[in-house]
Ligand binder design. Structure first.
Ligand code: NAD
Length: 489
């Protein structure tokens, strides 16, 4: 039985610093439940002084506790214990489901196992990846020696609070850093529980701290803090640009930026079974109500298969039913809040004014009270300049464009602003590989859409979709700086 009563969940309201809850400190901000729009609780915003306290404690703890200098296998063991606690914690699952857009069955079956596995992956990295011995002159030894940064500032969005936190904290902690994490002000609760479990697992107090608050006050204070030596951010492209600039002017610290997307699903006539392909396309743009950076929101389909695929997609879109996230039978995610629902409505409306035709959906579900459930929507568009093609909507809206030959399809697939992911669906290997080379995107999925549980595969975008990688060996290496050493003997 996974369903739960949202009124019976106790919410951790404050910051989590030095292994202690600090409830009720700072300006209070209201947090609402996406499923019914009712108040979930409050968070208290950390000002620059509170951020300074958290960062200073992190800096001291990581040195004095020995976390940075202990045998790496010991760090791995703590992270493995942390992953086990996460995997089995009912409270964590309920906090995530109550405060975010994720139905409880999805949290328990996907989000939590995925979060725990990401941490296990980085537990393994702790003692597997090393520096380098470099070819130098005789009688010299040249080495590249990795070392942790010290304190890493992590800032996460609201769409996958737990897994985003694991992608930031896993590699940073495994590499011997301390982390000060600011979750989104819209989903502040579950990350606190996650940090509590880390300390229970044996992480020294102060090595992982959570500060709550919005971007303008808490986020920017974290980026600017002189003891934060690196920033790892996931969120929108506009905020990413701001953070990059703030990081440049406040100590020239490196940034990893995982940003927005507008990813294409390029379907050729020879894609194979229509039902299977339609299922992939559908999941690609409706998972988490379309509120995923990797959402495949532009269907670019070859003329010969277009009618059959569109008909199947319309049929499947009509099967969705809204339901509160704390009901185990719910499968479909609401929009995070009224502002996000209004954003979807506004882009759909301007898309229509500029010639887009609604094939299915196009509005909020009726009878969902103050919940922000949006119908899966297909928009047929002719002009590539249509706002629904150009803007990241972050809702369950799929634009449909039809092409005749491969060159035309490839030209439509690359986007002027974003380059996060792309799906290519064809049984022709040569064509698939040409498309893989031809599309400017950090990830190309061929005959599938979406991540697997292979954490060794990094994720990250080209141009407006970001800089650097999360996941994979690359994310671990990016949590270290490299010292060049030359010894004469
Ligand atoms: P957002 O940019 O509004 O906020 C993200 C985080 O940044 C929040 O914690 C916010 O408080 C903080 N923030 C805002 N302004 C800040 C500032 N000036 N300084 C420091 N921190 C600041 O994004 P969002 O609406 O929470 O999330 C949705 C966006 O995230 C979408 O664009 C989506 O594509 C992107 N995203 C990308 C990935 C990826 O891996 N590429 C994954 C998930 C989400």
């Amino acid at each position: 039985m996974l369903s739960f009563d949202p009124e019976k969940i106790a919410l951790p309201a404050g910051h989590y610093i030095n292994g202690q809850h600090q409830a009720g400190e700072g300006t209070a901000l209201q947090v609402n439940r996406p499923s019914d729009g009712l108040p979930a609780g409050q968070l208290f915003e950390a000002d620059a002084q509170k951020v300074d306290e958290a960062v200073s404690i992190a800096d001291r703890s990581v040195r004095e506790s020995g976390w940075a200098s202990c045998p790496p296998r010991q760090r791995g063991a703590v992270l493995r214990r942390w992953a086990d606690l996460i995997a089995n914690d009912t409270q964590l699952a309920q906090l995530e489901s109550l405060g975010s857009t994720r139905p409880i069955s999805d949290v328990v079956n996907h989000e939590i196992p995925f979060t725990a596995e990401a941490i296990r992956f980085y537990a393994e990295c702790a003692d597997k990846y090393s520096g380098d011995v470099l070819p130098t002159r005789d009688a010299s030894l040249g080495m590249l020696v990795p070392e942790p940064y010290g304190v890493i500032g992590a800032i996460t969005p609201w769409n996958f609070p737990l897994s985003m936190a694991s992608w930031k904290c896993g590699p940073a902690l495994a590499a011997g850093n301390a982390v000060v994490l600011k979750p989104s002000e819209l989903t502040p609760f579950s990350t606190v529980r996650m940090a509590e479990l880390a300390i229970q697992a044996g992480l020294p107090a102060g090595v992982l701290n959570i500060v709550q608050g919005g971007g303008a006050v808490t986020g920017s204070a974290l980026v600017a803090h002189p003891l934060v030596r690196k920033v790892s951010f996931t969120g929108s492209t506009a905020t990413g640009a701001r953070i990059m600039s703030d990081a440049a002017f406040n100590g020239m610290k490196p940034v990893t930026l995982e940003l927005g997307g507008k990813s294409p699903q390029l379907v050729f006539d020879d894609a194979g079974d229509i039902e299977e392909v339609a299922g992939r396309i559908l999941r690609g743009f409706t998972a988490n109500g379309g509120q995923a950076c990797v959402a495949g929101t532009r269907l670019i389909v070859q003329r010969g298969i277009a009618d059959a695929l569109i008909a199947k997609l319309i049929e499947l879109c009509q099967c969705f039913r809204p339901g509160v996230t704390w009901d185990e039978n719910s499968r479909y995610a609401p929009m995070i809040d009224a502002r996000q629902a209004a954003k979807v409505a506004s882009v759909v409306s301007s898309a229509r004014q500029q010639g887009a035709e609604v094939l299915v959906g196009g509005e909020r579900f009726a009878d969902t009270g103050e919940g922000y459930f949006w119908q899966p929507t297909l928009l047929s568009v002719v002009s590539n300049d249509n706002p629904a093609v150009q803007e990241e909507i972050f809702g369950p809206v799929l634009t449909v464009q039809i092409f005749d030959d491969e060159a035309e399809g490839l030209a439509l697939a690359s986007h002027a602003t974003y380059g996060l992911c792309a799906g290519v669906h064809t049984k022709n290997l040569d064509r698939a590989l040409r498309a893989m080379r031809g599309i400017a995107a950090g990830t190309v999925w061929i005959n599938r859409y979406g991540r697997s549980g292979d954490f060794i595969i990094p994720t990250g975008g080209f141009h407006g979709s970001g800089i650097g990688k999360d996941l994979g060996r690359q994310a671990f290496e990016a949590c270290q700086r490299y010292k060049s050493v030359l010894i004469d003997f």
